[in-house]
Design a protein around this ligand. Structure first.
Ligand SMILES: NC(=O)c1ccc[n+]([C@@H]2O[C@H](COP(=O)([O-])OP(=O)(O)OC[C@H]3O[C@@H](n4cnc5c(N)ncnc54)[C@H](O)[C@@H]3O)[C@@H](O)[C@H]2O)c1
Length: 297
């Protein structure tokens, strides 16, 4: 586990998004100087309360300007980038538009960071690379980072390509530290009310093996990843420690995926998206659970 210090000034992309808002608030709360960027928002303090710059990441020039302190009022040396901006799921836009936006944005962020001499990049990969929606059963459970990606959508294919792109950026520049966080389904506290209804049909949430990530724990993972300082590209699954279900994890697997090998003694509600690597290497430890926000009596 790394005990490196956090970078002083950081760009966060996708800052007005669901995860971005939580990440910006969290990083500012632990003393990081954040330049928040997104292509929407900014005039309303509810978007991002603090320094903000409108940037379309598909325009390389705008990204370079943001990363090099070129934009008026936004000078200051950037030490790290947290790249969260994306069309955040399959099916929101056409496949081609999703690919065009997300691949161009991520290439521009990676390339501009390298050109600006920024050594640390943390970016949002996705649980989808693990094989969601698991119409083909997972190879074993809990799933982890040890098997080859299985993208089943254009959105996910792009996330896989981003992971591969990061490996080559690090091969070109061995000083780079690039951390891909394979986030599970992002949840705010307001999203927890319907969780108890999921138990009526265990198959309704099998598409991501009943996982989720509380946005506040996602933000903690970003902080941990920013403190990680081992050169090279690496990826980590980031989920909460439990599932979205009250049915036990062992029962869910036995009922829905009876042929799948279970590789450990599962805790009652233990996540089937393994966070062991993130715990071990990053020191990530989720602090929240939907169970603390819903009356289960
Ligand atoms: N939401 C989930 O369940 C989930 C799960 C796994 C991974 N992720 C990933 O986490 C990241 C954040 O997701 P989110 O849920 O906060 O999504 P979101 O849609 O709430 O936020 C994404 C933000 O990115 C911005 N953006 C998109 N394209 C841009 C561009 N070209 N230039 C500038 N800004 C741009 C959008 O304006 C938006 O504010 C994404 O990379 C997503 O793929 C999300």
């Amino acid at each position: 586990m790394s005990d490196s210090v956090l970078p002083g000034r950081v760009v966060v992309t996708g800052a007005t998004g669901k995860l971005g808002r939580a990440v910006v608030a969290h990083l500012r709360g632990v003393g990081v100087d954040v330049l928040a960027v997104d292509r929407v928002g900014g005039r309303d303090p509810r978007d991002v309360d603090g320094e903000f710059l409108l940037v379309d990441l598909t325009d390389y020039g705008q990204v370079v300007e943001a990363f090099t302190g070129g934009a008026d009022e936004h000078a200051g040396s950037i030490e790290a980038v947290v790249h969260l901006a994306a069309v955040p799921a399959p099916g929101l836009m056409s496949n081609a538009a999703t690919f065009a936006n997300n691949s161009a944005a991520t290439y521009n962020v990676f390339a501009a960071a390298r050109a600006a001499g920024i050594r640390r990049v943390v970016w949002a990969s996705s649980e989808t690379v693990l094989g969601l929606p698991f119409d083909t059963p997972p190879p074993y459970a809990p799933v982890d980072e040890e098997y080859a990606p299985r993208p089943e959508s254009t959105y996910s294919l792009n996330k896989v390509l981003e992971e591969e792109m990061a490996r080559h950026f690090c091969r070109w520049d061995p000083e780079l530290v690039m951390v891909g966080l394979r986030f599970s389904n992002v949840m705010d506290v307001e999203d927890y009310a319907p969780f108890p209804s999921f138990d009526a049909d265990p198959r309704s949430r099998r598409w991501n093996l009943w996982g989720y990530i509380d946005a506040r724990d996602g933000a903690q993972a970003v902080e941990r990843a920013l403190a990680y300082d081992r050169p090279g590209a690496d990826v980590f699954i980031i989920a909460n420690a439990d599932t979205v279900m009250t049915t036990s994890s062992a029962t869910l697997m036995a009922e829905v995926y009876p042929g799948v090998e279970i590789r450990k003694d599962l805790g009652e509600h233990e996540t089937l998206l393994s966070i062991d690597k993130a715990r071990r290497v990053l020191g990530y430890e989720p602090r929240h659970s939907w169970r603390d926000h819903v009356d289960l009596r």
